[in-house]
Design a binder for this molecule. Sequence first.
Ligand code: NAP
Length: 329
Amino acid sequence: MLYRHYFSPIFPTRISVDVGFASQVISQPLNLTGYNMTITRKICLVTGCSNGGCGAALAEAFRDAGYHVFATARSPSKIPQSLHSSPNVTVLALNVTSSQSIAALAKEVGMQTGGKLDVLVNNAGLGLSKPALDTTIDEARKLFDLNFFGVLEMTQAFAPMLVRAQGCVVNNSSVGGYMAFPFTSIYNASKAALTLAGDAWRLELEPLGVRVITLITGGISTKFLDNLQSQPVDLPETSFYHAIKNDIQAQEETVPFGVPPEKFAQDVLRQVERGATGKFWVGGAACMTRVLGWVMTEWMADRVALWQKPFTRKLAMVRREEESSKKTE
Ligand SMILES: NC(=O)c1ccc[n+]([C@@H]2O[C@H](COP(=O)([O-])OP(=O)(O)OC[C@H]3O[C@@H](n4cnc5c(N)ncnc54)[C@H](OP(=O)(O)O)[C@@H]3O)[C@@H](O)[C@H]2O)c1
């Protein structure tokens, strides 16, 4: 895409405009009542910026590239001090599963930016490791609220600002939306929904001059697994999976094939800056997963999943032993 930069006398912030939509954007009437319009840099908003995660690294990368960054998190105290103390960073609270919190943030950002946003990074998201049969519907809905509906609602709330800036939405999906593993089905499904919807949103937003990039993210060395492990796998005695409860709870100590979040953030920044749109495979083993997805049969994919989670075989063994001891009784 070809971009030109416009300076408007009534709109002092710089607007990056895809020339295909230039006349449409420049002629769009702006209601500037109540806007502070103090920020003259390009503007980026990142969700889920807690210390050590992808969000904090993305916020730092965009700040270092000259953007004004709105770094958000459920608890702003979890956002690294290096962001709190940066002059070109505004730290704000945001819970992406609360409509009220999203509306309040959109109002605040609109006031501070003159109603424009160049880049919205929907990064916040968590995992869930539990057998499907033991996951309550409430737990499953909550994960979809965070990983899918939160992204949709953020995009809706900031759409007027993104259209005005002819900006870009970046959604942090996962290779987990391509390849399913036992006991992470709800996470897999929420990311698959995000990836597929992202393809449609790209086509819906393109005529409005807004790009949509879907990150198919592989391993990044963050606290993702620690956060997963902090949720106890609460299986009732009656669960079919009770015998392997501890195996389900125990995760690898580090994210397999993890790359540093700073490297991931630079790769994402590069895609945004070069005007990319569509899916972008990024992070450890992401490209390998893509290639395996092309060449593997379902049988081969199952073998990989069982190799990753060998305790599903252990469960089969335990059940066989239980059956044979019942017969001998
Ligand atoms: N790490 C990987 O290997 C990997 C691979 C594929 C995809 N991803 C995706 O990358 C994204 C970031 O994950 P990460 O690796 O950086 O893990 P992380 O360190 O666990 O970060 C997750 C972030 O989401 C935030 N969050 C959770 N619920 C929220 C809510 N209701 N509202 C706002 N923020 C909320 C967390 O805040 P709190 O600190 O308050 O919980 C945290 O800041 C996720 O969407 C994840 O699915 C990661």
